[in-house]
Design a protein around this ligand. Structure first.
Ligand code: FAD
Length: 269
């Protein structure tokens, strides 16, 4: 199935997903790759439904406390947009220093990651899923971002620009600020994960025993705070990276004064 077959770009498809939200199952299983997550994000990003419409649709069918996990997660998206509105283009740069100075991180995404042949099953499966579905579960996004930044010493911005342009739900605020949260430039510690964490939440084909992530959190923390990338043994065979579906911004956004008195077309997204 292609990404657009998995996520048909219609209002009916968005409404069907809202009708299928199971808040109790969601709260119990959302951390698992095969858990009851909604996969609503492409519809929200592209404006098929707004967050209040999602919430109203779920509340019409289920009793939902304001502190319910589902409401809390919708709140993250709202929060990231709030930060974007206040900080503007600054969200494209580190909000503060992370575990290492900026110069410790390379500005390029390595080919073995882009081609899903790092030899770490959790990472290679995540990249393949990203390319074939245009979607990744939240936990897989966190694992991929953490590996890229903390183990391979790639600057979070390079990873964020790459990922946002392969996602059907690519959203500058949620994506770039989440990368900063993982990197520790938008939070106070690096987000780290290990093979045990993957084994707990992902199917067997993702399990990564014996790989570079099969280590303790103390060892991972030391790696994150060292400028040296982990040694890699890339596989010979990988996948071809599909073309990027958008180009992340590199200059300043146009200001109102730049376009005053002219007809302006806003091209989505
Ligand atoms: C590195 C990284 C990059 C990300 N990039 C994007 C992105 O480009 N676009 C995007 O929409 N989300 C992004 N997220 C947030 C989150 O992973 C996705 O919103 C979520 O996985 C979408 O799947 P879902 O609709 O099944 O989510 P569900 O768990 O079913 O949640 C329902 C809705 O709540 C919101 N939501 C849930 N969790 C989060 C979260 N942690 N942060 C922000 N909003 C959340 C989303 O709008 C989502 O559609 C990113 C997270 C990380 C760690």
């Amino acid at each position: 199935m292609t990404p657009l077959e998995i996520f048909p770009p219609t209002l009916d498809a968005a409404r069907a997903r809202i009708a299928n939200v199971r808040p109790a199952d969601y709260a119990r299983s959302r951390n698992a790759l095969e858990g009851a997550v909604t996969r609503l994000s492409p519809y929200i990003t592209h404006g098929f439904v707004s967050l209040p419409e999602v919430l109203a649709g779920v509340v019409a069918r289920h009793r939902l406390d304001v502190q319910h996990k589902f409401v809390f997660e919708l709140g993250w998206r709202e929060y990231f947009h709030h930060v974007w509105q206040h900080r503007g283009e600054h969200i494209l740069h580190s909000l503060h220093e992370g575990p290492l100075p900026e110069r410790a991180y390379t500005p390029e995404m390595p080919a073995d990651i882009r081609q899903a042949r790092t030899g770490v099953p959790a990472i290679d499966q995540a990249v393949r899923a990203l390319y074939t579905t245009g979607y990744l579960h939240n936990h897989a996004r966190m694992w991929l971002a953490s590996y890229v930044v903390h183990l391979r010493k790639v600057h979070w911005r390079a990873g964020a620009d790459w990922m946002v342009a392969h996602l059907l739900d690519g959203d500058l605020a949620s994506n770039h600020l989440s990368w900063q949260w993982v990197a520790g430039t938008g939070s106070h510690k690096p987000y780290l994960f290990n093979a045990d964490n993957v084994a707990r939440y992902a199917p067997l084909s993702w399990h990564s025993a014996g790989s570079v992530i099969d280590t303790s959190y103390e060892a991972l923390d030391a790696i994150a705070r060292s400028p040296r990338p982990v040694p890699v043994r890339p596989l010979g065979e990988g996948v071809d990276e599909p073309p990027l579906s958008s180009q992340p911004p590199h200059g300043a956004a146009p200001q109102a004064a730049d376009v005053a008195g002219r007809d302006v077309w806003l091209i989505h997204p």
